[in-house]
Design a protein around this ligand. Structure first.
Ligand code: PBG
Length: 324
């Protein structure tokens, strides 16, 4: 029945009506907070393109971890900046690599806080690509899988609670599941960056992690932005290979893909509100052009409404304060 019997404005008239009929709720329970860790002493270095986000040295990391734990955020996602880079990204699978050491520091500071390890080589390779590269600059899929296996295993051995491959090699979920299972880590889940696009929204992250490719780009392994059916294929393969959580990344320009993935699986779905999405908001807010708090709440609500169970966001700490 239409107007005048049906008047949708009736239930919008008072805040308590709006509360009763609200369909989407953001919660601290949804959040994963990304962190950048670096060698050195007494380092808390702000990333110029990401105001309020820092690179932390291991001795000062507990400050940040205590804050995150006090806010009751369930998990952090770790990215490391190694001391040395080489062709084979050996810092990624070094038992005493920066991420491996950071995991130990975090577990010593806040044992209940979940540590998610980003499993990729781009921060550790001299060429900045996510795997092994041949003379023609092509990324070698299957040899890279072996290095990703070594990386995930060393992260699990250091105490990582969740392994998150972000490299986009074919077959990596199966390869990581196998190496984890064979080495006594069958209890460690995998969150795959399943539909990860070759996006310009990663720019500020690459400054933060010093991981920009030194030649070419990532379009031969990350997904082509116009494609959405292909995202279904990527997700289907990761499900078959044993992923426990699937991710869509970036979030905002890919909300249709997020909804698609939500509808095709009952697994938890994560969305990564990436660095460029963060920096755009920060820059406009610093100019006084937008209301940061309201904009962030609206953006993150949109990501959740589109189907995300889990949101990885640099706004996590702010959001918890705003929700309180
Ligand atoms: C590593 C990785 C990237 C991001 C997460 N993991 C960068 C990339 O693929 O180039 C981006 C995260 C962000 O922009 O916030 N492969």
């Amino acid at each position: 029945m239409g107007f005048p019997v049906t008047r949708l404005r009736r239930l919008r008239a008072k805040e308590n009506f709006r509360r009763l009929v609200r369909e989407t709720h953001l919660s601290v329970d949804d959040l994963i907070y990304p962190l950048f860790v670096i060698y050195g002493r007494n380092v808390k270095q702000e990333i110029p393109s990401m105001p309020g986000i820092y690179r932390w040295s291991l001795d000062r990391l507990p400050e940040e971890i205590e804050e995150v734990a006090a806010l009751d955020i369930p998990a952090v996602l770790l990215f490391g900046i190694p001391e040395h880079k080489d062709e084979v990204g050996s810092g990624a699978y070094d038992e005493h690599g920066i991420v491996q050491e950071a995991i130990r520091v975090i577990k010593g500071t806040a044992p209940e806080l979940l540590v998610v390890a980003d499993t990729c080589l781009c921060e550790y390779t001299s060429h900045g690509h996510c795997g092994l590269v041949d003379e023609e600059g092509r990324l070698l899929n299957d040899p890279t899988l072996e290095l990703l296996q070594k990386t995930a295993l060393s992260q699990a051995q250091a105490g990582a609670d969740l392994i998150a491959p972000s490299d986009m090699m074919d077959g990596r979920v199966a390869a990581l599941r196998q190496v984890l299972d064979e080495n006594g880590f069958s209890h460690v889940p995998i969150m795959s960056y399943a539909a990860k696009y070759a996006s310009s929204f990663y720019g500020p992250f690459r400054d933060a992690a010093d991981s920009a490719p030194q030649f070419g780009d990532r379009r031969a392994y990350q997904m082509d932005p116009p494609n959405w059916r292909e995202a279904r294929r990527e997700v289907a393969l990761d499900l078959e290979e044993g992923a426990d959580i699937v991710m869509v990344k970036p979030a905002l320009a890919y909300l249709d893909v997020l909804r698609e993935v939500r509808e095709m699986t009952d697994l938890p779905v994560a969305a990564y509100n990436v660095s460029g999405e963060f920096s755009l908001v920060k820059a406009a807010a610093q100019n006084g052009w937008i209301d940061e708090r309201k904009i962030v709440l609206e953006i993150l609500t949109g990501i959740k409404r589109a189907g995300a169970d889990i949101i990885i966001t640099y706004f996590a700490k702010d959001l918890v304060r705003w929700l309180a």
